[in-house]
Write a protein that binds this ligand. Structure first.
Ligand code: URA
Length: 250
């Protein structure tokens, strides 16, 4: 079966499809020993020898896990500063999996891990509007008016486009802090922290309770579990209409 090179590379978990296209165009990819730089080129994962920077592609079956990231863990596979990384928790997974997006070092909660680069790219695509639910502990008493301002969208420092509409429920006021549930449909860097900061409030603790409809229920911090076939199918369905890199915006 011949498939486009970028698809083979993303399926092998090496890079998203978009990154794979860059690798091809920049001459990092060889098929049977010859550098191939055209994006339309195809190869057969089993019959052809496909290499990225001299390393042969191993086409792995796609695997999917829900991980409950503890606080004080970086959401990358290694950390130049030597802090604890995802690697400590993924050693038992034989496939090379990557996180679907990021969670801050101090933030705990649901983080999907997979070697399916294509699904990852779609889930993270701005047009996917994937729901992310957080529970935030905010210093002080947060008013209904402040909640309305945040829900409508605010300007984050250093960015011109305001945040998308989101939904916020006050869970409880436990002096001197307010606990809130925040549902976002986009994912900018440190978004929850920065949204509250933009109106002078401080998030003291943050946890993600659900990502793309998948909740941490029953999975303790530091634990992971494979997604069921049904859950994977639901994710695929959720992003079915999201454009892949080549068709995006064209
Ligand atoms: N918003 C944040 O501020 N931090 C995260 O880790 C995720 C969303």
């Amino acid at each position: 079966l011949k498939q486009r090179l970028q698809k083979l590379i993303s399926q092998a978990g090496i890079a998203s499809r978009r990154k794979a296209e860059e690798l091809i165009v920049r001459g990092h990819v060889r098929v049977n020993g010859k550098v191939v730089q055209e994006l339309g080129a195809q190869a057969d994962a089993h019959r052809d020898r496909v290499e990225v920077d001299g390393r042969r592609l191993v086409t792995q079956a796609p695997v999917y896990f829900l991980f409950h990231k503890p606080r004080e863990v970086v959401s990358t596979l290694s950390d130049p500063e030597g802090r604890e990384s995802l690697r400590s928790f993924t050693r038992e997974i034989p496939e090379r999996v990557y996180p679907v997006g990021r969670l801050d070092y101090h933030t705990s909660g649901v983080l999907l891990l997979t070697n399916d680069g294509e699904l990852t790219a779609k889930l993270l695509h701005p047009r996917a509007h994937v729901a992310k639910v957080y529970v935030a502990k905010v210093k002080g008493m947060v008013t209904d008016e402040q909640i309305e301002i945040l829900e409508a969208g605010v300007r984050l420092q250093g960015e011109s486009r305001p945040t998308a509409k989101c939904s916020i429920q006050k869970l409880r006021f436990e002096p001197p802090n307010t606990w809130l549930q925040v549902t976002l449909y986009e994912g900018r860097n440190r978004q929850v922290h920065r949204m509250f900061e933009s109106i002078g409030l401080r998030v003291q603790r943050l946890a993600r309770t659900s990502f793309a409809g998948l909740a941490a229920d029953g999975v303790l911090p530091g634990e992971l579990r494979p997604l069921s076939v049904k859950e994977v199918a639901a994710l695929q369905k959720l992003v079915a209409s999201v454009p892949t890199s080549r068709s995006a915006g064209r």
